[in-house]
Ligand binder design. Structure first.
Ligand code: ADP
Ligand code: MG
Length: 300
């Protein structure tokens, strides 16, 4: 494209809330045949809420909540925020004043799985099955049943292990964005295939994919795994756009031919992307590709 055409299209995009960072991304976007969507915060609203909780051990609800809060309060993950909010209410209901500050040591974030640390020398883990597997926590049939029942309903389970044993869990829902299904069917009409890639588990991911009309899903992938999936798709000969919002999406956003960050997403994702969707509306994935198609066809 001529510098003028790029400038005009970039200006048009900006007016529509689609920030295009360079001429290259504008030129690549018209070739896109596959759009890979992150799930949490991209296809879903990203405001998860806890809808149920369960105890698997003899711990009191108050202690369970207070220990969970001590661990999750240090995490930036939207799921962690939902868990903390819910656990605070639950803990107050069970008599806690929530006034004492519980210190956590050796706190660690495990991207795509959860958090870990030590409270009073007691190891605590909060996260998904992958985190539990990584730390060799054995999950009994009671835990498995709770997980599979909730995952079928498109909910994500947050497991809490204390002293290496499952203590309890929370089930979290995060509704899909109202425009998601329409955008995916519109992309389909443009001969563009939509794919989901997520760190979340297979059952939840499949249930959400079904709700928005996505047929191809890659679940339980860590941040580098997401980038690998992009590269695999590229090797199969398709030009790939990636849409994401999280730190965990930044390697994939960088690997894609066109990385698109959700404006409401994290700074790291916005930095790694070529295009920023300022309105955080998925319709602007189409806006960006359209703008590129029009710009490029005017040139030829
Ligand atoms: P996505 O790819 O869908 O945006 P992430 O890669 O951020 O999701 O996270 C994948 C999964 O890891 C979450 O669905 C959740 O099960 C788990 N997880 C990550 N961080 C946390 C946390 N702080 N607390 C609980 N669970 C977490
Ligand atoms: Mg996300």
């Amino acid at each position: 494209a001529t510098p003028t055409a790029v400038m005009v299209a970039t200006g048009k995009g900006a007016a529509l809330g689609v920030l295009i960072k360079g001429g290259n991304s504008l030129e690549n976007a018209h070739k896109v045949k596959t759009v890979v969507f992150d799930k949490t915060g991209t296809l879903t609203v990203g405001k998860p809420a806890v809808v149920s909780s369960v105890l698997f051990s003899k711990i009191s609800m108050e202690d369970f909540c207070d220990l969970t809060i001590a661990a999750e309060a240090n995490s930036e993950h939207p799921i962690a925020k939902a868990v903390v909010e819910h656990a605070k209410k639950l803990s107050q209901k069970h008599g806690s004043q929530n006034e004492h500050f519980i210190e956590i040591k050796d706190f660690e974030v495990h991207p795509g799985s959860g958090v870990s640390g030590k409270i009073d020398e007691r190891p605590i883990l909060v996260g998904n099955k992958r985190l539990m597997r990584f730390f060799n926590v054995v999950l009994g049939p009671e835990v498995d049943t709770y997980i599979s029942e909730n995952e079928k309903l498109a909910r994500t389970c947050v497991l809490v292990a204390i002293d290496g044993r499952a203590a309890g869990a929370f089930a979290v829902t995060d509704p899909v964005k109202p425009e998601a299904a329409v955008v995916i069917s519109y992309l389909h009409s443009m001969h563009i295939t939509s794919v989901m890639v997520t760190g979340d588990n297979w059952a939840t991911a499949t249930a959400i994919a079904h709700q928005v009309g996505i047929q191809k899903v890659f679940a339980e992938t860590d941040p580098l795994g997401k980038a690998d999936k992009i590269k695999e798709l590229q090797l199969s000969g398709t030009t790939v756009a990636m849409v994401g919002d999280g730190i965990n999406d930044s390697p994939a956003l960088a690997a894609a031919d066109v990385g698109m960050a959700i404006g409401a997403g994290t700074d790291v994702a916005i930095e790694a992307a070529d295009v920023v969707l300022m309105k955080s509306n998925l319709e602007d994935v189409v806006t960006a590709i359209d703008l590129s198609r029009k710009t490029m066809s005017r040139i030829r």
